[in-house]
Design a protein around this ligand. Structure first.
Ligand code: GRF
Length: 192
């Protein structure tokens, strides 16, 4: 069984999908949830599921130390895979070179990278946007794409309604990718 560390910052509904997937406990074990926000609901979800949770409060003035602390904490669990599921920090260490690390992003990358992908898509007036799972690299939402699915934008959409429609796709897509990678003999193989 593969060991997975999940990184999350907010509500944690993507984390919940990974917790609820029937494959958990079979193909993968979530050995820890690591957050930059001690009071976020993702931490609470981990607690309720009996999963080890660790919060490393982010301090901008100590970014280098924080990045190192994040890396050391994650590696301390000896994971096979790291999943960024609504983690709102850029990983600036070389963690993603040491352990395969993936992210779910709420747009059809390479369109609309960054923290405001849903609002940016809405402002651009596109008819469809979507959800992407990709490997994390040194750029912002620029790593190799593993899966992508489009989501329609409706004329009366708000950022919230559109984001919720995207997240419905993200929850399923991310779980499928995690299961697929965990079944691969070499998780890195997906990167080449
Ligand atoms: C997702 O749309 C994810 O792609 C983005 O933040 C959202 C997380 O949602 N980075 P939740 O906290 O898992 O509900």
């Amino acid at each position: 069984m593969r060991k997975v560390v999940v990184l999350a910052s907010g509500n944690g509904s993507l984390l919940q999908a990974l917790i609820d997937a029937p494959e958990r406990g079979n193909q993968y074990e979530i050995v820890a949830v690591v957050s930059d926000k001690p009071k976020c609901f993702a931490i609470e979800r981990a607690r309720q599921a009996g999963i080890t949770e660790i919060a490393i409060s982010f301090q901008k003035s100590q970014d280098n130390q924080w990045q190192q602390h994040l890396k050391d904490t994650v590696l301390g669990f000896n994971p096979d895979l790291v999943v960024s599921a609504g983690f709102m920090r850029i990983i600036r260490s070389d963690l993603f070179e040491v352990v395969p690390t993936i992210n779910s992003h709420p747009s059809l990358l390479p369109n609309f990278p960054g923290a405001h992908a849903v609002a940016d898509a809405l402002a651009a007036g596109v008819e469809k946007t979507g959800a992407t799972v990709h490997f994390i690299d040194a750029g912002v939402d620029s790593g190799k794409i593993l899966a992508q699915q489009s989501v329609p934008v409706y004329p009366n959409d708000s950022v919230q309604s559109l984001h919720e429609r995207i997240k419905m796709v993200e929850r399923i897509q991310l779980t499928q990718v995690v299961v697929k990678l965990c079944l691969q003999e070499d998780i890195w193989a997906g990167l080449h």
